[in-house]
Design a protein around this ligand. Structure first.
Ligand SMILES: Nc1nc2c(ncn2[C@@H]2O[C@H](COP(=O)(O)OP(=O)(O)OP(=O)(O)O)[C@@H](O)[C@H]2O)c(=O)[nH]1
Ligand SMILES: [Mg+2]
Length: 182
């Protein structure tokens, strides 16, 4: 079976699509990727209004990041014509707020819809960021290793095998480290 290679037309610039629920941290991740370090830049961010595209260079590479605002009024619209958003993209990053336990199911549901909106023949990397996994995160009754393990199992259950090795813990408070968990 021939797969569509999304990279072909865009060898110079790497396009990455950031998607996920509102408040999950997409725009903050984008700022980290751009190398912004001023802590004030991360205070009181406004929700992203629909699509925001940012072009920048880092480490001699060019990037274009499509940040898809996650507020309820926008999220279904992207999926109606998702091919338009991921055209020529190398990577989709699905961002989940790991601290927002009450919205895990909604985040999973949206992720399922995102995956279902990707043409089966499209070759594209799909990473999942379990974000706000801060270095000083304190586990309690609601959020602990078991809760996270169960959640990761559910993620794997709905993620097609070609995407399955790409789940990361991330935090803007860890000098943007990401460590793989599967
Ligand atoms: N604790 C913690 N908070 C974070 C982290 N990353 C982002 N935040 C906070 O999460 C809130 C939402 O961040 P945004 O980056 O605006 O979220 P978003 O996904 O772009 O939201 P929409 O634009 O509405 O889709 C802000 O108050 C950020 O400061 C993180 O790694 N840890
Ligand atoms: Mg945003």
């Amino acid at each position: 079976m021939k797969t569509k290679n999304n990279n072909e037309a865009n060898k110079d610039t790497m396009k990455i699509v950031l998607i996920g629920l509102d408040n999950s941290g997409k725009t903050s991740i984008l700022k980290c990727l751009k190398g912004i370090k001023r802590i004030s830049a991360f205070n009181f961010p406004m929700p992203t209004k629909g699509l925001d595209v940012q072009d920048f260079e880092a480490l001699n590479s060019k990037y274009t990041i499509w940040d898809l605002g996650g507020q309820e009024m926008y999220i279904d619209d992207y999926l109606k014509d998702f091919e338009k958003y991921i055209k020529r993209a190398s990577k989709i990053i699905y961002v989940i707020d790991i601290q927002d336990v009450n919205r895990y199911e909604i985040a999973l549901e949206y992720m399922k819809n995102v995956i279902n909106s990707i043409d089966i023949e499209t070759y594209i990397e799909f990473s999942i960021f379990l974000h706000k996994f801060d270095p000083d995160l304190v586990f309690d009754q609601n959020l602990n290793e078991k809760v996270i393990d169960d959640f990761v199992k559910k993620i794997k259950d709905i993620t097609p095998p070609k995407f399955i090795n790409s789940i990361y813990k991330t935090s803007i408070f860890a000098v943007f480290e990401k460590s793989t968990i599967s």
